[in-house]
Structures are given as C-alpha cells and as structure tokens.
Design a protein around this ligand. Structure first.
Ligand code: COA
Length: 240
C-alpha cells in the first residue's frame, strides 16, 4: 500500500542527487562546447561577439561564466489571427507594397527603426544595408502593407505567409515614423495585417522581437496589447 519503491524517501533523495548530477554534466558539456565555439570565432578576429540563448539554465550561467554580459531580452510572440482586435483608423489609407513603391517603403522602414533599433542597424552595417535587406525580404515572400495619412506614408507592416508551416506566418514587424507614434497607428496596422493575413489563408503569426532588461520595448507592448502571447524568452548577451 503506497510503499512502492519509486515513491520511498530514499528513492526520492537518489532521484534528486541524480538530477543534480545530470545538471552538472549538462553544464560541463555546454561550457566545453561554448569554449570551443568562442575559440573558433575569436580566431577570425571578430569586431564584436554577441549571442542569443534561451533564457533558462544552464545556458545563461554558462555564457556569464565565459565573460558574456546580458544586453537585452528577446521574445517570441505569437497571435492567433482571430484574436487580433479590429481597431481600425478610418483616416488611414492602406496599399500593398509593390515594385513601384518599394524604394519609398524601404526608406520609411529605415527611418521607422529609429531610435529603438539603432543598435541593430549599426550591427547590420548601416542604413543602406538595412534598406537593401528590406528589399530582399520580398524574394523570401514578404507581403507588406503601407499606411498613409493625408497622402503621407506613415507606417508599414508585413508578414511572410506560410513561413513556418502552411497557415503560420512570420510577422515582419509594425513600423510607424517617430513623429506619428502614440496616435493609434500601430494598433491600426495590427488590425490591417490580421485581415490581410486571413485573406492569405493564415491562422497564426509569429515574431521575434527584443525588449530591454528592465522594461518592454514599444514593439512588445503593441504586440501584447494586440492579442499576442509570449511563447518563449531569450537573452541577448555580448562578450566584453
Ligand atoms: C512599436 C510602434 C509600431 C508602435 O506604434 P504606435 O503608432 O506608437 O502605437 P499605438 O499608438 O497604436 O500604441 C499601441 C499601444 O502600445 C502602447 N505604446 C506604444 N508606444 C509605447 C511606448 N513607447 N511606451 C509604452 N507604451 C507604448 C500604447 O500606449 C498603446 O496602448 P493602448 O492601446 O492601451 O493605449 C512604434 O513605436 C515603432 O514604430 N517603433 C519602432 C519600430 C519597432 O520597434 N517596431 C516593432 C518591431 S518588431
């Protein structure tokens, strides 16, 4: 009665000890692998060394032990398309970005990254490289919507449909020019892209976006307020 071997106190202690030993072994393996990787990468003379790891043990500890310092948090956020609220803005005009509007869309994109993504623009090699990679996204199947207010382009939003699996899109971000932020345009873009995604046969969208160590970035705030849920958390680190 109730005295099976697996639930005896002695067995529980043995299980705890073996879990502890397994964790120690995992940490040692992670540390060895990471040391090897760092030695290899540093032999190439990099300008900087940055890593992103799941924000769980033992990874974070191992990176810290090898001289990495946390910089930012990254979240994987996902939406069920049906859950995105329809907070339209009747003043906004929207159109899909096509070849003829690609240049103006890419320059809006570069301006709308500032200031939150300046660190990333710098890492990618500057505005021109970022503008080029925006255009290249088209060849990966990106579909973008450009929003205008009184004939002036003010924001952008996009997805790559069926990126992860049929019906699951990679959300490529919502972007609003700095001078037009805080007026509900971001929320209206979320509503527009969810309608567009549904037309394209998508049921879910997924994004990876960053936040600060001590607070959420505006993008994460917008996404969570528009029905997104955090699926996973990662830590960005840099070796000093
Ligand atoms: C994120 C971004 C698109 C938001 O656009 P926006 O037009 O200012 O957003 P909205 O005015 O619709 O605000 C949406 C909600 O987010 C909140 N929010 C927006 N910016 C915020 C900020 N800086 N701090 C705190 N909350 C903020 C608003 O309060 C609002 O919540 P509410 O509906 O409860 O009032 C804009 O800040 C931006 O372009 N940032 C740079 C690009 C970027 O980081 N995009 C995400 C890339 S993955």
């Amino acid at each position: 009665m109730g005295g099976s071997d697996s639930s005896s106190p002695r067995q529980l202690v043995r299980d705890k000890i073996s879990q502890h030993q397994t964790r120690k072994i995992q940490t040692a393996i992670a540390e060895r692998l990471l040391t090897k990787a760092i030695t290899h990468v540093e032999s190439k003379g990099p300008e900087f060394l940055r890593a992103t790891t799941p924000a769980v043990r033992p990874y974070v500890e191992v990176y810290r032990k090898l001289g990495f310092k946390p910089l930012r948090r990254d979240f994987r956020i996902s939406w069920q398309i049906e859950d995105v609220p329809h907070t339209g803005d009747s003043r906004l005009e929207t159109e899909e970005v096509l070849d003829e509007t690609m240049d103006s869309a890419s320059s809006l994109f570069v301006r709308a990254l500032s200031p939150y993504w300046d660190w990333r623009t710098e890492e990618e090699g500057g505005n021109a490289t970022v503008a080029e990679s925006f255009k290249e996204d088209r060849s990966r199947g990106a579909r973008r919507i450009l929003a205008s207010l009184n004939k002036e382009s003010v924001g952008l939003v996009g997805i790559i449909p069926d990126f992860y699996e049929p019906g699951v899109a990679w959300f490529r971000g919502a972007f609003v020019l700095p001078e037009h932020r805080g007026k509900g345009i971001g929320s209206a873009l979320m509503s527009e892209i969810s309608k567009f995604a549904k037309i394209l046969g998508q049921r879910k969208m997924v994004v990876y976006t960053f936040s600060y160590l001590d607070s959420l970035a505006p993008g994460a705030v917008l996404y969570l307020k528009s029905g997104g849920k955090i699926e996973a958390e990662y830590l960005q680190l840099a070796r000093m």
